[in-house]
Design a binder for this molecule. Structure first.
Ligand code: TMP
Length: 217
């Protein structure tokens, strides 16, 4: 089931970036900002965000690095996304809410498509087959050198470290992949320097959202 242009009233904002790029912190700050502004919104994440997708998340983010082959892993991320989109994201957008989501399709494109070698064509075709042309209205990419990001992530993470265990080259490819997406899709994507302090970044993000979806603010 896809939302038609006519029924789509809300706004879909995704946050992307490598490990330790500060997405979760920025999502929390933005949630507080939206709450104070009285805006209708939900904050969610991938993999996860719905009851079933959270169950799939636990299979994907912990355990041995090679516990899934790349194709099965891709299909699991897609299955989690399908449940999350159909039960949480699309209904909220139809109700006119802003949806802010920690990771989405761009993560699959870079982590599985590039990092795990599945290929861009495969990932895009799969997305198209399952979700049609459903894509974010705005994507904020928090850019950070993996050497710094992985140190930050290491300091806070429990057992959700399956991807962090991959080598530095993998994470450099992930960073390059996100920057490439931003170059290809300048209308949808904004890249921010994730080494800036938290408050400065938050203000930048609010400014971008005001500019891009002024209708809500
Ligand atoms: P998180 O740490 O940002 O919550 O994300 C969990 C991990 O899942 C992170 O290492 C990136 C990875 N991931 C993919 O490999 N493909 C995807 O499609 C998504 C959404 C996340």
């Amino acid at each position: 089931m896809h939302i038609s242009a006519a029924s789509k009233k809300g706004y879909f904002i995704t946050f992307e970036g490598g490990e330790g790029s500060g997405k979760s912190t920025q999502l929390k700050l933005l949630s507080t900002y939206f709450e104070k502004s009285g805006l209708p919104f939900i904050a969610t994440r991938e993999p996860g965000g719905s009851e079933n997708a959270e169950k799939i998340r636990s299979l994907l983010v912990s355990g041995a690095v090679d516990s899934w082959d790349p194709v099965t892993e891709t299909l699991l991320f897609t299955a989690a996304r399908s449940d999350h989109l159909n039960r949480i994201v699309k209904p909220a957008i139809t109700e006119g809410k802003i949806v802010i989501c920690d990771r989405f399709f761009d993560s699959t494109l870079v982590y599985q498509g590039i990092g795990k070698g599945i290929g861009e064509v495969y990932i895009k075709s799969l997305h198209n087959m399952v979700f049609g042309n459903f894509m974010p209205d705005l994507t904020v990419i928090l850019d950070i050198a993996p050497e710094i990001g992985l140190k930050r992530a290491d300091a806070r993470r429990g057992n959700e470290n399956r991807f962090e265990q991959l080598d530095i080259k993998f994470h450099q490819n992930i960073r390059e992949g996100f920057l490439q997406i931003a170059q290809n899709e300048m209308e949808r994507c904004v890249v921010l320097d994730a080494t800036k302090d938290t408050e400065t970044l938050h203000k930048q993000i609010v400014g971008i959202i005001k500019e891009k979806c002024g209708v809500f603010l």
